[in-house]
Design a binder for this molecule. Structure first.
Ligand code: SF4
Length: 455
């Protein structure tokens, strides 16, 4: 394993390998029933986040804003905040307003919790008609979209959790920021074991739903609010992560505040992680793993044997959001690939140790934590992989260095259907395997001086 990252000789980020913190919070809020995200700050932040999410999910996304002007930046944004919350309530009738702060409102020190107290006091007469307000502090200079995502989920759970909640047989999943197809796959798994599963958040419909006959101002779907109230009584809460600290996790909040039994495991990317996930479902339900899963596992192992000759010892570089990069690293290592670089953009405590736990030998693996694509490109040039695995933001690097690339995770802006790429479970591992092999074959075929049509 290499030592700490060498100190860069520049102060700015160049082509960041992370997104802004409120972006993650906005996506998380989109996964709760009747919720509309609201950004306290300038309108440009809401526009950037909307554009970014739309180009990945290909769905219309409304994000309200308190639209700071010069005087709000100097004298504080409470007046704009109150007007914005009032307009949003009147026009959209949301059940929840998920409030995230931008860099500007955090920098001037707006006291949003105090604003909320004053608003709630003013509307106490007709509380029934008012949306629930959930606030999360998301200065982008101290975190990444992943911090915003987890913090928003935790804040929402803490807001809705009933203190007098009865014990229930629910199993609540906190999956982190995964694709809409991955969300559907987790729901399918829980159901296959006969368990009552609740996903929080669940944007599988709000961000990837069927075509509508009539326009809805707020997309149907999301974790039902009545279910959120009952989470403290769940028989199990599961935080899916390799590396996120408990202080950001909703399952840890339920454990610490309601004694809910909490389990922690990585998202099921690859064979071993999927085995672990299904073993947990088996122990929670008291049921054997259903035959359909054993069959899918058998087919996957057969395909791994077939694909081994194309992937074994192929040098590869992995980058992206920490949990996703770690999950992919674990799977690529199972495939026998030669992992030369694992990089993440958000500065993530424990990232290096997590790579060390996944890879038995890390002496020749370059690990970069809290870097941008300028750092990643320099490391890729030095460690010479023949394949890149990560999100679309690595495309410029892949083009410049003429390296084939497999797109995974978020964002996927330059391919169709990125929001519904499946990564999880045996089916996700099968899809990734086929994509990895075919990407290498395509590159070899395209760069060959002699044409060939047969493998
Ligand atoms: S100013 Fe901050 S909150 Fe706004 S878009 Fe940029 S990083 Fe995100």
């Amino acid at each position: 394993m290499t030592g700490p990252n060498p100190k860069p000789n520049y102060a700015s980020s160049c082509n960041a390998c992370r997104q802004c913190t409120p972006l993650g919070a906005c996506l998380a809020f989109k996964g709760f029933e009747g919720a509309v995200p609201f950004l306290h700050g300038s309108q440009g932040c809401a526009t950037y986040i909307r554009r970014y999410l739309i180009s990945h999910f290909r769905e219309p996304i409304d994000i309200a804003s308190s639209s700071f002007s010069e005087d709000s930046a100097i004298f504080g944004g409470e007046r704009n905040f109150r007007t914005g919350i009032g307009n949003l309530t009147k026009q959209y009738h949301p059940k929840v307003i998920g409030i995230a702060t931008t860099c500007l409102s955090e920098t001037i020190g707006d006291d949003v919790p105090a604003f909320l107290k004053r608003i709630q006091k003013d509307v106490s007469g007709d509380l029934e008609d008012q949306p629930r307000l959930v606030h999360v502090s998301t200065p982008s200079y101290t975190g990444s979209h992943i911090d915003g995502f987890h913090d928003a989920v935790r804040a929402t759970v803490a807001t809705f959790a009933r203190s007098d909640c009865p014990a229930t047989n629910r199993v609540v999943l906190f999956p982190g920021m995964i694709s809409t197809e991955d969300l559907r796959s987790l729901k399918h798994d829980v159901k296959a074991f006969g368990l009552h599963g609740i996903l929080a958040p669940d944007y599988s419909e709000t961000m990837d739903g069927p075509a509508w006959e009539d326009y809805h101002r707020i997309a149907p779907g999301g974790t039902p609010l009545t279910e959120l109230e009952l989470l403290p009584g769940a028989r199990a809460a599961i935080d899916f992560t390799h590396v996120v600290e408990d202080k950001h996790l909703a399952g840890a909040w339920l454990r610490d505040n309601a004694n809910t039994p909490r389990h922690i495991l990585p998202a099921p990317i690859g064979v071993t992680a999927t085995d672990r996930w299904l073993d947990l479902l088996s122990s929670l339900s008291g049921q054997e793993v259903p035959e359909a899963y054993s069959d899918a596992r058998g087919r996957l192992i057969d395909a791994l044997v077939d694909g081994h000759k194309y992937l074994s010892r192929v040098p590869v570089a992995v980058y992206g959001e920490a949990d996703h990069a770690l999950g992919m690293t674990a799977y690529l290592s199972e495939l026998g690939m030669d992992i030369r670089l694992v990089a993440t953009g958000g500065r993530t405590p424990g990232f290096e140790d997590a790579v060390g736990r996944i890879l038995p030998e890390t002496e020749h693996v370059r690990i970069l934590n809290g870097v941008d694509f300028r750092d990643i490109e320099a490391a890729v040039e030095a460690c010479k992989p023949t394949l890149l695995v990560g999100n679309s933001k690595g495309y410029t690097l892949s083009r410049r260095l003429e390296l084939p690339m497999v797109r995974t995770g978020f964002p996927i802006h330059d391919r169709f259907g990125g929001q519904r790429f499946l990564h999880l479970g045996y089916a996700g591992a099968q899809r990734l395997l086929d994509t990895l092999v075919n990407t290498l074959l395509t590159h070899k075929q395209d760069t060959s001086t002699t044409g060939w049509t047969y493998l």
